[in-house]
Design a protein around this ligand. Structure first.
Ligand SMILES: Nc1ncnc2c1ncn2[C@@H]1O[C@H](COP(=O)(O)OP(=O)(O)OP(=O)(O)O)[C@@H](O)[C@H]1O
Length: 317
């Protein structure tokens, strides 16, 4: 018998309802994330990648379909799903690096203070910031702040680490370095990652499996294995060929018109292999649910320190 998926999205449609209109973000999206996967959601701006991540985090309820973790429906946020965002302001500025990393461990009552401190220092060292444990976020570079956010997330030992374009606001060199470091951390800790990007190259470098989404509203275009690629392969002809193929699948009108295509989830399939039979069926859209006006940013118990409203504006609480 094959392994059971850790996180499963089945026919997920997501909508935002305002008084004036209903915006459909995704339509009938299905995917399975297995333990230890580095699963990437890739697609053009506005195709609903962040919305899918929010739904996996339990911050946005599907209007149709379902998301489950270990076979149980995701009904809200929880410390088993921790998120890292693109924005550098995700760290409370009044807390030091160490206090930032300790905070969710204490807030979720997972560990006693001295255990939390030990755990925090372990992950701070893993991301190379030992010397900055007592520094405040405003004294750190963008890359360093993202490292703190990653240490804070991994210290929670989540079932799934959710990352929403975590390196998109960094300069190109730092971005590459961070992609490499994330790969090294994964080699060590083998966490399960759900990663959002609109960069084809980043998807190939970071992911072992990639779900391609069509433009707004996002539908599944294809699913590809990309485990054979990494930092080492970025200049290779195979990497370039895979990137070109993904580009065609995402943006070629003719390919898009032929409907969703997929390869089986479990068997490793070379990126250049022919695509197997369609595995995603369209379903009639269900009734929409209103967007919660106010959602916690972090996968922590309610009243965590940051929140976001429908317009994407963030608040400290
Ligand atoms: N809070 C919201 N209220 C209303 N519509 C929203 C809201 N958030 C997102 N949308 C809409 O849902 C669609 C999907 O947005 P989403 O941010 O999930 O896409 P994305 O693929 O992550 O885009 P990007 O790569 O630009 O971040 C877009 O049309 C967007 O305008």
């Amino acid at each position: 018998m094959g392994a059971q998926p850790l996180l499963r999205a089945q026919g997920v449609s997501l909508e935002y309802r305002t008084r004036a209109q209903t915006v459909r973000a995704t339509h009938d999206v299905s995917f399975d994330v297995y333990q230890g996967d580095r699963f990437v959601l890739l697609g053009p701006s506005g195709c609903g990648k962040s919305s899918l991540l929010k739904a996996a985090g339990g911050f946005l309820a599907p209007s149709a379909g379902s998301i489950s973790l270990h076979g149980k429906a995701v009904n809200g946020p929880g410390p088993d799903r921790v998120a890292v965002f693109q924005e550098f302001d995700q760290l409370p500025p009044w807390k030091t690096v160490k206090q930032n990393v300790m905070f969710p461990l204490l807030a979720s009552r997972r560990l006693k203070r001295h255990e939390a401190e030990e755990r925090a220092m372990h992950w701070i060292a893993k991301v190379g910031l030992e010397a900055f444990a007592d520094a405040f976020p405003h004294t750190l570079s963008g890359g360093m702040k993202q490292r703190v956010a990653i240490a804070r997330a991994l210290a929670m030992q989540p079932e799934v680490l959710l990352m929403d374009e975590p390196f998109a606001a960094l300069d190109a060199l730092t971005r590459r370095k961070m992609q490499e470091e994330l790969g090294l951390l994964w080699e060590e800790a083998k966490f399960t990652l759900l990663f959002v990007t609109h960069s084809i190259e980043e998807a190939l470098v970071v992911g072992n499996r990639i779900l391609l989404l069509s433009p707004h509203p996002g539908r599944v275009r294809a699913e590809l294995n990309s485990h054979q690629f990494g930092m080492h392969s970025t200049g290779s002809p195979e990497f370039q060929a895979a990137a070109n193929r993904i580009h065609r699948l995402l943006f070629d009108e003719e390919a898009a018109a032929s409907g969703p295509v997929a390869v089986p989830n479990t068997a490793p399939v070379p990126v250049e292999a022919p695509v197997a039979e369609p595995a995603f069926t369209r379903r009639a859209a269900g009734a929409g649910l209103p967007l919660a006006g106010y959602v916690a940013i972090d996968a922590l118990p309610p009243a965590a320190y940051a929140a976001i409203d429908e317009t994407g504006r963030r608040y400290a609480v």
